[in-house]
Design a protein around this ligand. Structure first.
Ligand code: NAP
Length: 170
């Protein structure tokens, strides 16, 4: 099972200056709960946005074209193609979560079975954007609202999309 998970604004922004352009603790909590004890694949820039530290309690798979890129952390595996990431998760019998950034979401879109999208109720300035996906290929199966409050400057919705027909996958 391959799940892509991201948070985006109404105008499709997912990042600015290699960071998330908002602070939404309950969205991070959701992300942690979903991905805990799973494999996560991320691009080299997203890994660097975490201070080049592995996300704890997850197998961290880092995608880079740089053959010299190394990590001594046992929780980190370096791969050089999306299919190598898929096989690394399979070898460990772990579901794979695609956690960004933009180029990585695009690369895995044809393989994704499920999309978990946090839709932030704001238009935000940014430099990195959510991937395109077709509502012909995915159906919205659940939606859960989170209100704005003291800790959350914006309200947001957790959306779950599932692939309509596995034969759509390339
Ligand atoms: N809102 C969210 O949910 C969310 C989630 C994640 C990230 N973000 C944001 O997104 C931004 C970072 O995203 P980004 O798109 O700029 O960078 P990125 O996807 O994290 O990293 C891009 C790098 O990944 C490697 N890569 C990607 N596809 C590859 C492939 N098919 N084969 C080999 N290597 C590949 C390349 O590394 P090399 O250059 O080393 O070859 C590429 O330069 C940040 O602002 C971050 O905060 C937001």
């Amino acid at each position: 099972m391959i799940t892509s998970i991201w948070a985006q604004s109404k105008n499709n922004v997912i990042g600015r200056n290699n960071h998330l352009p908002w602070s939404l603790p309950d969205d991070l909590k959701f992300f942690r709960q979903e991905t805990k004890n799973k494999a996560v694949v991320m691009g080299r820039k997203t890994y660097e946005s975490f201070g080049s530290k592995a996300l704890p309690k997850r197998l961290n798979i880092i995608l880079t074209s740089n053959m010299d890129f190394k990590s001594n952390d046992p929780e980190v595996k370096i791969v050089h193609s999306p299919i190598e990431a898929v096989n690394t998760a399979k070898e460990q019998h772990l579901p794979l979560y695609v956690i960004g950034g933009a180029s990585v979401y695009e690369s895995f879109m044809n393989m994704a079975d499920r999309l978990l999208i946090t839709l932030v109720d704001a238009n935000i300035k940014g430099d990195t954007f959510a991937p395109n996906f077709s509502e012909k290929s995915f159906s919205l199966v659940s939606q859960c609202h989170h209100a704005q409050d003291k800790k959350h400057a914006y309200s947001f919705d957790f959306l779950t999309y599932e692939r309509k027909n596995k034969s759509d996958q390339v």
